[in-house]
Design a protein around this ligand. Sequence first.
Ligand SMILES: NC(=O)c1ccc[n+]([C@@H]2O[C@H](COP(=O)([O-])OP(=O)(O)OC[C@H]3O[C@@H](n4cnc5c(N)ncnc54)[C@H](O)[C@@H]3O)[C@@H](O)[C@H]2O)c1
Length: 435
Amino acid sequence: MIQQQLLQRIEQKSAVIGIVGLGYVGLPLMLRFAEVGYKVLGFDIDADKVTALTEGRSYIEHIRAESIRQARDRGFEATTDFSRAGEADTLILCVPTPLNKYREPDLSFVLDTMDSLVPYLREGHLVSLESTTYPGTTDEELLPRIESRGLKVGENAFLVFSPEREDPGNPDFTTRTIPKVCGGYSPACQEVGVALYSAVIDKVVPVSSTRAAEMTKLLENIHRAVNIGLVNEMKIVADRMGIDIHEVIRAAATKPFGFVPYYPGPGLGGHCIPIDPFYLTWKAREYGVNTRFIELAGEVNSSMPDYVVSKVAAALNDRRKAINGSRILVLGIAYKKNVDDMRESPSVMLMEKLRDLGAEIAYSDPHVPVFPKMREHHFDLSSVPVTAETLAGYDCVLLATDHDRFDYALIKAHAQLIVDSRGKYLEPAGHIVKA
Ligand SMILES: NC(=O)c1ccc[n+]([C@@H]2O[C@H](COP(=O)([O-])OP(=O)(O)OC[C@H]3O[C@@H](n4cnc5c(N)ncnc54)[C@H](O)[C@@H]3O)[C@@H](O)[C@H]2O)c1
């Protein structure tokens, strides 16, 4: 009965969609629900974000303020007031899942969010967790909290895990066109979850449990982390052998089956790939299993900034210079090209390592005009314009993130020395060193 009422509200678009956590994941999801005609109520603990959204401003580069304003005109509201959770029919949790300093899962954001919502849970609520996490989180952590309100999940309240998939900066996919996996605590939960997401996403992929859905997301990200680790190791081997790894990848990618190209770089970045695999590592210990591929990929990938620094040192050494005292311009500090996201960016590690060795560091990034406040890193710097004069003034230009907006011909023409960690410069040149 309660399930039927909720299904009907979803179908008739009279359901109010509550989204908790309005960041890189929650905000695009809000836009999509608003676009198809749902009233969306967004919750966040960050009052600045709520104010920005209420005023129709965006704080994410690839999300236009115009779309926020359109959503607002269609009834979207943002609030820090969790007591309004009862107004929503669904509570979709899109909050961070980082690692703590021991590289263990930090579920505090998910649990704090749930604890803030519990007093306002009511019959007919659907809770969906989208944050990446280890198998078991939804059933072991969220279910008991929801039932502590006297609700019975699967009967008068519903619980699913549906991982977010996003490729920031990739124009080929939108929230609507990326298939969405969804696993419910029970068949009734599953039915409601699939109905909800099918209303806004072209293809919903049901799986048999919340655990299978949680594991699916981890497999996807571990697959990337391991293959990037592999190609980073291949880069080091190829370099020692005098072979250009990028030429090799391009050639291998012509194989029409059985090969997927991955590209080496200065390390892993972003909120997902460097972090999520270790959620599984941690949980697997409970079952007496070691996740050796994950550990090894982590080891290789996290050693890449040191590899790049060693290339900078060798290149300067060839010119009778030391890192100590050299002026080094780091190009691209976002973690990947064409985005403004700095989370876990290896460029920041490069900047710190070079600064600690005595270099005078500057950076240029068309997507990051001012070095942002970060929890563990600080540089009081603004982006330097890339001109013939500025380029010529640095002992070394380190290409860390290959944004499309850089003028690579200008850089090649005027930099004294380029250390290229992205394989952007294919033709050999005396002043270009691959790293
Ligand atoms: N960014 C991506 O590309 C991506 C892709 C797939 C999955 N994910 C996963 O999605 C989840 C969210 O990531 P994100 O990139 O959107 O993070 P984010 O930091 O951009 O956004 C999280 C938002 O949650 C808010 N928040 C924090 N604690 C809260 C609380 N207790 N109550 C309400 N709001 C709270 C923050 O203020 C922030 O606005 C993570 O688990 C991440 O692994 C991210």
